[in-house]
Every structure is written in structure tokens, then in C-alpha cells.
Ligand binder design. Structure first.
Ligand code: B1M
Length: 210
């Protein structure tokens, strides 16, 4: 679709107003919020990611693109949460220490809420205490961790090892995700599951809390 191609260009150029407009237009055309999210916004951010990697785009441009994406996501958020699904459980989710990427984590949080989970968002750059203290205080069922850097993903193991040291590991379902992770890494650090994307996170959480 032409509008989707235009939106990918607009996201690339960090044009927030245009992205908001595009999201609304697709919704008016009958697109589901999930399709708008994945086929326009996430797909557009993938292109930004490639050019960032290749040195064609730099941090300031990518920040603008991220802000435009977030603006689009905030229109979709209430729509994704509107499912009226039965209460499923509670998840504490945050990006690990040293890492400030939050778009994927926000997306997972949104989809989990849409599926009926209560979500406590810890934001970015979380030390181990933050995960543990909040999980205990909130009586969470699930701890979710996100990392987008190869240098920060090992921190997930610090969190899991600390839970083990304190004899608390079995009290939580631990889900991990982020672009540089894979199934093998998830297993190696002792997580319950690696989640490739937000939809998988929802399916996995549903299966494991049951
Ligand atoms: Co950053 N960055 N970045 N960046 N950035 C990457 C990750 C990178 C791959 C780009 C590249 O080189 N190709 C690269 C990492 C390389 C590596 O580690 N090997 C990189 C780098 C190097 C950096 C800096 C170091 C750059 C610098 O300063 N020189 C710096 C680090 C800052 C820090 O964290 N300390 C940096 C900064 C930034 C910005 C601030 C400019 C911006 C972030 C803005 C923000 O988040 N508010 C940014 C962005 C936007 C990206 C890319 C382009 C896009 C990430 C994104 O939002 N994707 C990214 C390239 C890429 O990923 N290919 C890149 C869209 C999002 C929907 O996908 O986050 O993968 P994703 O989430 C998915 C799944 O992974 C999964 O579900 C989500 C939805 O389907 N998932 C989970 C994620 N978390 C989960 C948690 C779960 C479950 C599933 O828990 C249960």
C-alpha cells in the first residue's frame, strides 16, 4: 500500500505529525491496531535499524525516528488494551542496566496489557534491585527483561543469578527479549523463555501462567 510506503519514509525522516496522521488514516481504512503496529511502524523501524548499522543514519536521526514511532504507538496503545480480556497475571518489565532502548519493551508491555496482563513498567537502565524489589512489592508473576545491546544482554544473567542466590528464582516466570538475543542465550542464562517478538511474549506468558 502506498500510504505504508509513505509512512516508512516519514518514520525514516522522523516526522512525528505525519506518522500520527498515517496511523489514524490506516485505522480509518479498517486496519487492525496490530497490523498498523507491525506492518507500518515496526517494519519502518527495521529499515532505520539497517541504515543506522551501516552508518547512513546517526543517533540524532534515529532518536527522531524513535520519537515519531512512539507517537504512533501512543495512538495504538488504548486500542490494543481495549480487548476486555480476563485478568491473566502481573508482569514487571524493564530494560536492563546500561541500556536505554525502550521501544520494543514498550511494545511488549502494550501487547501484554491488551492480552489482559497487568504490567508494571520499570523503564530503562534497571539495576537488579529494581527488578527484584518491584517484583516483590507488586506480587508479580512474571519478570520481563529487554536488552538491545550485546554489551548489556549479559546483565540479564546477573538478575537471574541474584534471584537464585536469594532462593526466589522459582517464584517468577522470567521472559527475556531483544534483537541481539536468541533461544540459546535464553536457555544459557536460565530464563524460562526467550521471546522473539511481542506476540510471542504474550503467547509464552499465557502458556506459562496457566
Ligand atoms: Co541503538 N542500537 N544504540 N538506538 N538502535 C541498535 C540496537 C543497533 C543494533 C543498531 C545497529 O548498529 N544496527 C546497535 C547495537 C549493536 C550491538 O549491540 N551489537 C545499537 C547501538 C550500537 C546503539 C548505541 C551504542 C549507539 C551510540 O551511541 N553509538 C546507543 C546505545 C545507548 C544505550 O542504550 N546505552 C544507541 C542509541 C539508540 C537511540 C537512543 C538513538 C535509539 C533508541 C531510542 C529508544 O528506544 N527510545 C536507538 C534505536 C532506535 C536503535 C534501533 C535502530 C531500533 C531499535 C528498536 O526500537 N527497534 C536498533 C537497530 C535494531 O534493532 N535492528 C539499534 C524496534 C523494536 C520494536 O524492536 O527493540 O527489537 P526491538 O523489540 C522487539 C523484539 O526484540 C522483542 O519484541 C519487540 C517487539 O516485537 N523484545 C522483547 C524486545 N524486548 C523484549 C522484552 C521481552 C520480550 C520481547 O520481555 C519479555
Amino acid at each position: 500500500e502506498e500510504l505504508v510506503a509513505q509512512m516508512m519514509d516519514d518514520l525514516y525522516d522522523g516526522l512525528k505529525d505525519e506518522i500520527e496522521e498515517g496511523v489514524n488514516l490506516l485505522l480509518e481504512r479498517g486496519w487492525t491496531p496490530y497490523d498498523v503496529l507491525t506492518k507500518a511502524l515496526v517494519a519502518g523501524m527495521t529499515i532505520v535499524g539497517h541504515d543506522f548499522r551501516d552508518g547512513i543514519l546517526f543517533v540524532p536521526e534515529v532518536l527522531l525516528a524513535a520519537n515519531a514511532m512512539k507517537a504512533g504507538m501512543s495512538i495504538l496503545k488504548p486500542l490494543l488494551a481495549e480487548t476486555g480480556a480476563p485478568r491473566m497475571g502481573k508482569m514487571v518489565i524493564g530494560t536492563v542496566k546500561g541500556d536505554i532502548h525502550d521501544i520494543g519493551k514498550n511494545l511488549v508491555g502494550m501487547m501484554m496489557e491488551g492480552a489482559g496482563f497487568e504490567v508494571v513498567d520499570l523503564g530503562i537502565n534497571n539495576p537488579v534491585e529494581k527488578y527484584l524489589d518491584t517484583a516483590v512489592a507488586e506480587g508479580a508473576d512474571i519478570i520481563g527483561m529487554s536488552a538491545l545491546l550485546t554489551t548489556t544482554m549479559p546483565y540479564m544473567k546477573v538478575v537471574i543469578d541474584t534471584l537464585k542466590e536469594r532462593g526466589m528464582r522459582e517464584e517468577y516466570i522470567i521472559l527475556v527479549g531483544g534483537a541481539p538475543l536468541n533461544e540459546e542465550f535464553g536457555r544459557a542464562i536460565g530464563a524460562d523463555a526467550y521471546c522473539r517478538d511481542a506476540a510471542v511474549a504474550v503467547e509464552t506468558a499465557k502458556a506459562l501462567v496457566a
